[in-house]
Each structure stands twice: as C-alpha cells, then as structure tokens.
Design a protein around this ligand. Structure first.
Ligand code: TRP
Length: 454
C-alpha cells in the first residue's frame, strides 16, 4: 500500500506537482473574476475575508483532496473507492468521484466558450483590430462575436483540441511538459504586465481600489461571494486536485505543497487586479463593468495607450495560458478513469471526451444566439452550467470530501498520508477539516441557494 504508484505515471518532482496544481488553480477565475468581485465588495475588507476563506476552508479541503488522491493512486472515482475500502467503508463513496467527473464536463463546456473568446481576442489584438477603438465599437465587437455561432464554434473547437492534445500525452509527456513551459511563461507575462501597469498614472488609484480597507462596504453577501470564490479559484470539489495528487511523489509533504499553491493562486489574483485596475483608471473607465471588463473595457484601454497593441496581445495571451492549464485539470480525472476502466490508450479516451465536451460547449455557446430562448430553471444553458457547478456541485463535492477525510476514513490513514510532525499543526488541520470547512461550506451552500432561488 505504502509504495503504490499510479499506472498513469508520476510527476518528476515536488515542484512539478506544485506547478501543475497552480496551473489548475490559476485561471479565468483569477484574472477575470477576482478583480471585479473585489472591486464590487469593498476592496481590502473583502480581500481579507477571502484570505481567511482560503486558509480556513480552501487549504484544509485541498489537503484532503491531495491525500485521498495520493493514497488511492487512481482517478478520483477509483481513488475514493479504494480509500473507502481500505478504511472498511462502503465503496459507494466513489459517487463523489462520479459527480466530480460530471461537474468537470459541465465546467469545461462553458469554460471552453470563454477561453474561445480569449483566443479570438489574442488574434484580434495581434493583427491590430483594436487600435484606437472606441467603447461603442468595442462593445459591438463583443456582441457581434456572441451573436455569431460559427466564429464561436471555431475558437471553441480550437481550445478543445489544445486541451486534448496535452491530455493525450499523459502525465509526463503531456501535462508535465505543458506546465513546465506554460507556467513560467504565465508568470513572466504577468510580471511584464505588472511592470507596465506600475508605470501608468492610474497605478495609485488601482492599488487603492484593491487594498483600501473599508469594512462598511462589506456585507454578509460579500462573505458568501468570498467563500464561493475561494472554492472555485482553488479548483476544489470535483477531483481535479485529487487526480493531480495521485501522481504526487510519496515523500513530498502535502501541507507544504498546498500552502505554496494557495499562496501562488492568491498572488496571481492580486497581481491581476494590480494589472487591470490601473489600466482601467488611467483611461478613465468604469472598474465595475462586470463581465464586460475584460472583453470590452480593457480592449478600449489598450486601444488608446501607446504600445497597446503589444500589451493587449500579451495580456490576452496570458489569460489564454491560464485558461488552458486550468481546463486540462477539468478533463484529466475523466481521461484517467477511462484508461483505468477500459484499459484504453489515451488516444481513444481523448477523442471520446473531446467529442462530448465539444458538443456540450456548442450548446453553451448557443445560449448567446441560436438557442437563446432555451431556459433551464430560468437560466440559459451557459448560465445554468455555471450556476449548477459553482453554486451546487462544487460546494457539495467539497463538503463530501471534507466529511469523507474528516469523519469516514480513519485518523490513522490521514495522519500517515499527511505525515505532519507537529501535533499542533495536525490538530489545527483536523479541526478545520472536520468542523470549520463542513460548517462553512454548508452555510454558503444553503445561503447561496436561498439567495439565487428567491
Ligand atoms: N480554478 C480555475 C479558475 O480559477 C477553474 C477550475 C479549473 C476549476 N479546474 C477546476 C474550478 C476544478 C473548479 C473545479 O479559473
């Protein structure tokens, strides 16, 4: 049991695991969503609550996912099953892995559509389509894109292929090579952008917008947003991190690695804010533009600034890389399971998965045009997928993972896998996992539902 390895291979080193998991965590959630929800929820006070959520709920649950994955050494579905059986518990705990795979498909389908927009903007920036564009024109570029299924399908298809090309290579030749190259590129591009934004006249205003501390702007609702986002941004609740954990070297400390991942994910989110807001303020634009911030406001800002074509291109390239390394982790659990279950090569597994998510993505992108009148629970298909996953499936998945690691399997198994030498630290983690995280997640889950459905 101790020295079991995954049939899919293993990361070469501890740092590769950290890079891969950071690649999963750092995505559209950090660069697009975090800056704008921070702006809307009181800046500094919100950031503080968000940091508490990451530390008290995110980090403990992430450690649980990694330890289950490494103990089981299989795809989330089979890892949950084998760890449950090892602890003498019913194998039905694999259901948590199943809902995770389903959530992965659902997130992928809308994620790929947004990533497709990003690819469209990389190309557009590259050929100079946005030079000196006004806000009305930038708005119509985005709306025309949404209304044009053919163009959307082309970019969505390209993104699906990019992701499957990496997964087909397997853990070492595919995932490891991709993150080894893409993550340093991402950090480098982010620093280039930060260097640029720090020279703009709006930098002080951007800094202030993110970090001014005004607790009066913080509402109970903001706390919910912070909790929910800490979940999404760390890729928790569906087994992505569990799958990556199953390829982790045995001797590596799980707690240490997870702290690094959480720190890097948080830093990228904060730096993304420090890139976006100064550019927005320097151009006298509205920071609270919401979803349009990245696709309408920023292109206008880039269009007006000297060298904006190059920086705009670099910026969207950065977002594209972040989305790419995240999307890989959404499909790896399902790919690993197909290989384990049917003894398939990765090629047919990726073709099957690629076709499924490609079809689901077309339904998601159709929400903006040819099936815009199709409603599920009052949402269009795109918003339905977003709502069901972020507000229901991920919190529930995280809750069950916390319960499983905290209450169902034995303390022996978790203590042995984590190998934390300080009893104080171990107990702090165990209390967070058994009490704070499940109670916190249940509260967000219920309040979110009441909020959304009323
Ligand atoms: N964390 C990614 C982001 O912030 C999204 C993501 C990737 C994700 N894999 C996940 C979210 C698994 C939940 C579960 O954009």
């Amino acid at each position: 049991m101790q020295d079991k390895t995954s049939i899919h291979g293993a990361w070469t080193s501890r740092w590769i695991f950290i890079l891969a998991a950071t690649g999963s965590a750092v995505g559209l959630g950090n660069i697009w969503k975090f800056p704008y929800i921070t702006g809307e929820n009181g800046g500094g006070a919100f950031v503080l609550v968000y940091l508490c959520c990451i530390l008290l709920v995110g980090v403990p649950i992430m450690m649980a996912e990694v330890l289950i994955g490494r103990r089981g050494r299989q795809s989330p579905i089979n890892a949950m099953k084998s760890v449950a059986l090892e602890a003498g518990r019913p194998q039905y705990w694999s259901l948590v892995g199943w809902t995770g795979v389903l959530a992965g498909f659902m997130i992928f389908s809308f994620y790929s559509v947004v990533a497709g927009w990003v690819l469209f903007y990389i190309a557009g920036m590259g050929v100079g389509d946005f030079i000196a564009i006004g806000s009305a024109d930038a708005g119509s570029v985005f709306n025309d894109l949404l209304g044009d299924p053919q163009t959307l399908i082309i970019w969505h298809s390209i993104f699906v292929m990019m992701v499957m090309l990496v997964i087909v290579g397997g853990v070492k030749k595919g995932l490891e090579n991709a993150v080894k190259f893409l993550m340093p590129a991402l950090f480098f591009l982010l620093l280039v952008m930060l260097g640029y934004s720090s020279q703009t006249e709006g930098f002080a205003a951007g800094w202030d917008f993110l970090f001014h501390y005004d607790p009066s702007e913080l509402s109970w609702d903001s706390v919910l947003v912070a909790l929910g986002h800490s979940f999404f941004t760390l890729s928790l609740g569906m087994g992505a991190i569990m799958a990556y954990g199953s390829y982790m070297p045995k001797k590596t400390s799980i707690g240490g690695a997870v702290i690094w991942i959480a720190i890097m994910d948080t830093l990228v989110a904060l730096i993304a804010g420090l890139v976006i807001f100064p550019i927005v303020f320097s151009n006298g634009m509205d920071p609270g533009a919401g979803p349009g911030l990245m696709f309408v406001t920023l292109p206008v800002a880039f269009g007006q600034m000297p060298g904006g074509q190059i920086f705009g291109f670099v910026f969207f390239l950065l977002v594209g890389i972040a989305a790419w390394t995240s999307a890989i982790s959404l499909m790896e659990p399902a790919a690993a399971w197909l290989v384990e279950k049917f003894n398939w090569h990765r090629i047919p597994a990726c073709i099957v998965l690629g076709l499924i998510v490609w079809g689901m993505g077309i339904a998601a992108l159709g929400s903006f045009n040819f099936i815009s009148d199709v409603k599920l629970l009052g949402f269009n298909v795109f918003d339905f997928l977003d709502f069901m996953t972020a507000n229901i499936m991920l919190p529930l998945g995280g809750l069950f993972i916390a319960i499983f690691a905290g209450w169902i399997i034995t303390r022996n198994i978790v203590a042995n896998e984590l190998a934390i030498s300080s009893p104080l630290l171990f107990n702090a983690w165990y209390i967070a996992l058994r009490f704070i995280a499940p109670i916190g997640v249940s509260v967000i889950f219920v309040l979110n539902l009441i909020e959304k459905l009323k």
